[in-house]
Design a protein around this ligand. Structure first.
Ligand code: AKB
Length: 320
């Protein structure tokens, strides 16, 4: 029986993963945790066990693992790329020192650890198109540095101490439930809100800039399917390339126009986030994930756009 602890549970991925895991494994078996209470998450906090937990506080982490007899930790507490560039020390502190605490507790208490990596684990020297699973990883952002170091640390704990560590390299994630916090790919979420509210969006990423993206329901499956994957089949662990779609802002705008024909996009490019985006791959080769644990995304760009607009209309109370 899985007893799961989710850190960063009130974030973009965590808020939806907590609900999905509670549905699958039972509410009492999924402990949500966050450094602080955030407004708008009352339902999640009340729908099962919840703890205030900072992953940089190893003692509290260990006591929460003991209290609930946790055997699986899903570590979603992280500082993303754009915020990382504005505060590199904080990014290292949370992404690396926090992960180290989690791995130490997991080693002692025999837990599986799932930690996402990112397309940010690649850099300008990496092949840009259909980026291979195993290739050059020399990122130029602090976020990317923590992601490569995190991958290596998780592999080390697996090989050296037998901790069952697993992860995927997430692309930009698009969802309608919780906004992402401080990433480079966030434009691909904001654009849907603005399309519905104002029929216009000013994009901080330049047209023609391709990045890999994924709709949240596929991302949740990527986490749960890899956690449940047969370990004997895994040749890789930290971390698998996963891909669902690759697009640039004009393609996203064209997809939105299929449902909102008057929609307009213009550009006011942020040099920091543009520089980050240009250092990342255009698209990933995810054949290892497909072969080793059956990864198979369901949403392409248009299917995602339709669902995003339908769901956001309800959320924002917008009538046709
Ligand atoms: C970001 O933009 O920082 C994240 C990521 C790709 O890891 N969405």
């Amino acid at each position: 029986m899985r007893k799961i602890l989710i850190t960063g549970a009130l974030g973009q991925i965590g808020s939806e993963l907590t609900e999905e895991m509670r549905r699958i494994y039972g509410s009492e078996n999924v402990v949500a945790s966050s450094r602080r209470i955030k407004e708008g998450h009352e339902k999640l906090i009340e729908s099962g066990p919840f703890e205030i937990l900072d992953i940089n506080d190893g003692a509290t982490l260990a006591s929460v693992v003991d209290k609930y007899k946790i055997n699986t930790i899903v570590n979603l507490a992280a500082v993303l790329s754009a915020v990382g560039e504005s505060n590199p020390q904080l990014c290292w502190h949370i992404n690396m020192n926090g992960l180290y605490n989690i791995l130490e507790v997991a080693k002692e208490k025999k837990c599986m650890v799932y930690t996402p990596s990112s397309i940010a684990a690649f850099g300008p020297g990496t092949p840009k198109d259909k980026t291979p699973q195993d290739t050059i990883q020399r990122p130029t952002t602090i976020y990317g540095v923590t992601k490569v170091a995190g991958e290596l640390l998780c592999d080390y704990y697996f090989k050296r101490f037998g901790v069952d560590t697993r992860g995927v390299r997430f692309p930009g994630l698009i969802s309608y439930v919780t906004l992402p916090g401080g990433g480079t790919t966030d434009y691909a979420v904001h654009i849907y809100y603005e399309a519905l509210k104002n029929k216009k969006y000013t994009c901080f990423i330049q047209k023609g800039t391709y990045m890999d993206m994924m709709y949240m329901p596929d991302a949740l499956r990527a986490i749960i399917d890899l956690i449940e994957a047969n370990p004997d089949k895994l040749k890789h662990r930290n971390a698998f390339n996963v891909s669902a779609m690759s697009f640039e802002p004009e393609m996203l705008a064209a997809s939105i126009r299929k449902y909102i024909p008057e929609f307009e996009i213009d550009y006011d490019v942020d040099p920091i986030r543009q520089g980050i985006a240009e250092s990342w791959p255009n698209s990933l080769d995810d054949s290892a994930a497909r072969e080793e644990w059956g990864w198979n995304p369901k949403y392409d760009l248009d299917a995602m756009t339709k669902d995003m607009l339908d769901k956001l209309k309800i959320k924002l109370n917008i009538q046709d």
